[in-house]
Ligand binder design. Structure first.
Ligand SMILES: Cc1cc2nc3c(=O)[nH]c(=O)nc-3n(C[C@H](O)[C@H](O)[C@H](O)COP(=O)(O)OP(=O)(O)OC[C@H]3O[C@@H](n4cnc5c(N)ncnc54)[C@H](O)[C@@H]3O)c2cc1C
Length: 461
């Protein structure tokens, strides 16, 4: 067991120390002064997760400062933090600005520091740098097992483990995947070893934009390939608008309503207007309808909903103008080794014949996935019947308040999930404006449902 005189009955384990895990821990500690939270993170840094661990100053937030507060009830929290650090003073755009993701990571770590360093909180937030590999039911609730062979007891566990790595292209051989110049997960390591020459980027979404911004330099030609060749649209003026009145009963109807609305208010305002009702609309669709949306509309939705900052767009447009970046719609039909590089067989959209091209390197920018097989912990929970995938392959099946749904279809008491792996339930569970609400709600539910030694069940609000 992990050393220390910690009562399992007053301990809650939060697995994953990215935005979702950190904010869940903060809410739990704030709401219950008697509680101990063990935050477990396998990476060397806490509070950053995949999104904010980047040191590349070209990687900007894709949400304005004004909407990136970690707390729903303190909308100016991030802007005030930046202003106190002198960061907004020279910036005329102020809260409308897009700062670097690394700077946002500094903000998140400052929240962590406040809690660890606060004398009133001494010993209440325990940081475990290790990987959680298994969870077992125990008399006290759960036993969490860590990769180093240690374990500890907790009354409840919150999974905040984020999405899994991108899927490898099915047409690539094992030899291709093992080459250093094939990068399977651009967030899993650095790209500085990649050579000059032609580089193939698989995917054309936000991940591709990040990678292109990092790799762009004279001597390189980047080709981004995706099924539709759609790249993220850019932020711009988007006056607030009421959502259209619908109907939204099917994805087709919702698209029609949105298009009509966009004619009046502009596409940005139209897409933004339905955000407050997106989860209700998503939950109103049957599973086959949700599948249809994912199969046919997802690329369009993503391109309009998750936008690039104007500065990033300008840099990418410059790379396109300098012929250092191009984007094509098509399909990768084969990827083989060829000398020091790769031969890619690509069938362009609408063309009958495929073409072979040589690339010095290939980067998989197809985006993170909800594939539960990528996590030994999630596999183990499924094997015990304590978790099951949602029906859409987006992540975990959860109840309305975030409890894992077990193999028997019933919520598992004391086991919760928060973050993008719960998209199957909520759809909008990706960006900070949604996750800050979700982390507060899940922490309330955890406390309400966790009977603890010497304390009656807590009220739900
Ligand atoms: C590249 C990128 C850019 C983004 N940019 C923005 C943006 O500008 N604005 C915005 O609002 N949203 C953005 N997002 C969305 C992002 O998903 C959320 O903002 C948020 O960071 C998600 O945090 P998370 O904690 O749920 O997941 P993650 O950040 O993935 O964190 C999960 C953490 O869990 C850890 N972990 C996993 N399994 C275990 C285990 N078994 N044991 C211990 N630790 C484990 C991982 O190491 C990781 O640190 C971006 C996402 C990405 C990927």
């Amino acid at each position: 067991m992990v050393r220390g005189n910690r009562s399992a009955a007053s301990t809650i384990a939060v697995i994953g120390g990215g935005f979702s895990g950190l904010l869940t821990a903060v809410h739990l500690l704030r709401k219950d002064p008697g509680l101990i939270v063990r935050l477990i993170e396998r990476a060397p840094h806490f509070g950053l997760g995949r999104a904010y661990a980047t040191g590349d100053a070209n990687h900007l937030l894709n949400v304005r400062v004004a909407n990136m507060s970690a707390f729903q009830d303190q909308p100016r929290h991030f802007a005030d933090w930046l202003a106190a650090a002198g960061d907004l003073a020279d910036n005329r755009a102020g809260e409308g600005a897009f700062v670097s993701r690394g700077r946002y990571g500094d903000y998140l770590q400052s929240l962590l520091r406040d809690h660890v360093g606060d004398a009133g909180n001494a010993g209440r937030l325990l940081l475990e740098q290790d990987e959680a590999v298994a969870i077992r039911r125990s008399a006290e609730g759960y036993e969490v097992r860590l990769a180093l062979g240690r374990s500890f007891g907790a009354a409840a566990v919150v999974l905040a483990v984020g999405l899994g790595p991108p899927r490898f292209p099915a047409v690539a051989s094992a030899d291709v995947l093992s080459r250093r110049t094939f990068v399977g997960d651009p967030w899993g390591g650095d790209l500085s070893h990649l050579p000059d020459g032609d580089i193939l980027l698989l995917g054309a979404g936000l991940s591709m934009c990040d990678v292109a911004l990092s790799l762009d330099r004279p001597g390189r030609r980047l080709l981004a390939l995706s099924r539709h060749g759609l790249v993220p649209r850019t932020h711009g003026p988007a006056p607030a608008s009421e959502p259209p009145s619908g109907p939204f009963d099917t994805p087709r109807e919702a698209l029609r309503a949105l298009r009509l609305h966009a004619r009046g208010v502009g596409w940005r305002s139209a897409v933004d207007s339905i955000r407050p009702v997106t989860t209700t609309v998503w939950q109103g669709w049957s599973e086959p309808e949700r599948r249809r949306f994912l199969r046919h509309l997802l690329p369009w939705w993503d391109a309009h909903r998750h936008r690039l900052s104007p500065a990033s767009e300008e840099r990418l447009a410059q790379a396109v103008a300098n012929e250092r970046l191009s984007v094509l719609a098509g399909r990768l039909e084969a990827l083989n080794e060829a000398g020091e590089g790769f031969r890619a067989t690509i069938r362009l959209r609408g063309r009958r014949l495929a073409v072979d091209r040589h690339y010095a390197a290939v980067v998989n920018c197809t985006g993170l996935t909800g594939d539960l097989k990528a996590s030994p912990l999630l596999e183990d929970l499924q094997a015990q019947g304590l978790a099951r995938p949602d029906g859409l392959g987006l992540g975990l099946d959860v109840s309305a308040d975030g409890a894992l749904v077990g193999a028997d279809g019933r919520p598992v008491r004391g086991l919760h999930a928060v973050g993008p792996l719960t998209r199957g339930k909520h759809w909008e569970a990706i960006a900070v404006p949604d996750l800050r609400v979700q982390t507060a709600a899940v922490s309330r539910a955890v406390l309400a449902q966790t009977p603890r030694c010497g304390s009656a069940p807590l009220p739900t609000a």
